[in-house]
Design a binder for this molecule. Structure first.
Ligand SMILES: [Zn+2]
Ligand SMILES: [Zn+2]
Length: 387
């Protein structure tokens, strides 16, 4: 059997400016960002940062907060988190097994919490409009624009002030790690949230880098035109105290079938569209993997728009090759899609995204897309040559 490379049908050069344009079509509007509780510059007074008041943000500002164990806490009291009995809670979500009966996904029971932490916690994120910063309005060369597409993910831990960033990862469109750092939060940690954050006490031991320093680094790497991809990016930006309006959120690009009040998890989208398993069990997330997964979802999305999706659905498989990342497009029918039509055409395509020598402050990717189609089928070109 011939390899994909040997059997390639056509090679299409993908200029970075073209890729940037493709991504830019998925950017969130100001209204959509406001609705999703992103920190934004006020339309009348751009120096002022606003955060739309939704149920979440209103609840987060209340002095009375409910811990994940169900206990009501008055966070204005000193040492509100201390409890002799500690905090017994469930890591999983309630799954309803009948009209009024449910069990937790973590332990398949509905009894007392199966996980324990010494302190109670609150999941609000403090919002202080005075501390927000934003990337500057510097220009990017047109032939370097794909290097101005990034994916971001943060991991958070519970501190005495709520959820704070403890790890930040920024990856390139090719999947390379541009920035990856632990962060020492400003307040004392009550729970490392390891089951979700993947961050342990030993990871932060001796870490001196502060949120302010992370902001400085991110603001060196990003400019006003940088496209930032992520999943539920409002949480990352709010926790980072960064305002940015060029955002693509995979939770909005791949909307929930039952309305915008619901959002698919990144884990779910990765399984359906990329056939990739992430967040397996309660062993913690990996912010690099999550950032890369968001970018792979967007490459999948952009790929799917370039050809008749219904006649030829595809799934991206990631193949790690050290410094570069290869996205292999395989014929696959995501379970969420309509049944395949009778004239489903099997084919293969191969995207190779290779990163070359870094040029400060951005990496310059050279990209080529090699597609491989079934030779029995009429000639097809899945990416237009003259975009
Ligand atoms: Zn449980
Ligand atoms: Zn609790």
């Amino acid at each position: 059997m011939k390899s994909l490379n040997e059997n390639f049908y056509s090679v299409v050069s993908l200029k970075s400016e073209e890729l940037y344009k493709r991504f830019a079509r998925h950017k969130m509007s100001y209204e959509m960002m406001l609705k999703n509780s992103f920190p934004l510059p006020d339309k009348d007074d751009p120096d002022k940062i606003v955060l739309s008041e939704n149920v979440f943000s209103q609840a987060a500002n209340q002095p009375t907060q409910i811990c994940r164990c169900g206990k009501t806490l008055n966070v204005l009291e000193d040492n509100w988190y201390i409890d002799e009995g500690g905090c017994n809670y469930h890591l999983g979500k309630m799954i309803f097994t009948g009209p009024e009966r449910g069990v937790y996904s973590c332990c398949k029971t509905c009894s007392r919490g199966c996980a324990f932490n010494e302190h109670h916690v609150i999941s609000r994120r403090p919002f202080d409009s005075r501390n927000f910063r934003r990337p500057e309005d510097t220009k990017t060369e047109k032939n370097n624009q794909a290097a101005n597409i990034f994916s971001i993910d943060c991991e958070m831990a519970f501190t005495t002030k709520g959820l704070e960033v403890v790890k930040v990862s920024l990856t390139s469109v090719g999947g390379d790690v541009i920035f990856d750092s632990y962060v020492q939060p400003n307040n004392d940690i009550l729970d490392y949230n390891t089951a979700f954050s993947g961050v342990r006490e030993e990871n932060l031991r001796g870490v001196a880098i502060t949120l302010r320093e992370v902001q400085n680094r991110l603001l060196q790497l990003l400019n006003k035109n940088s496209i930032l991809v992520g999943h539920g990016v409002e949480n990352d930006l709010r926790a980072l105290n960064i305002v940015h309006e060029n955002v693509i959120d995979t939770s909005c690009v791949f909307p929930h079938e039952r309305g915008s009040h619901l959002k698919h998890s990144l884990k779910y989208l990765a399984e359906v569209y990329l056939q990739k398993v992430i967040h397996d069990g309660f062993n913690g997330h990996d912010s690099v993997e999550d950032a890369q997964t968001c970018m792979e979802l967007m490459l999948w999305k952009i790929y799917s728009e370039t050809r008749s999706f219904k006649t030829n659905p595809m799934v991206i498989k990631t193949v790690s090759t050290g410094h570069s990342s290869n996205y292999v497009l395989m014929p696959q029918i995501p379970t969420e899609l309509a049944p395949p039509p009778a004239f489903f055409i099997p084919s293969f395509a191969f995207i190779n995204v290779t990163m070359v020598q870094p040029v400060i402050p951005f990496l310059v990717p050279t990209m080529s897309i090699t597609s491989n189609f079934n030779p029995r089928m009429p000639q097809q070109q899945w990416w237009p040559r003259n975009m």
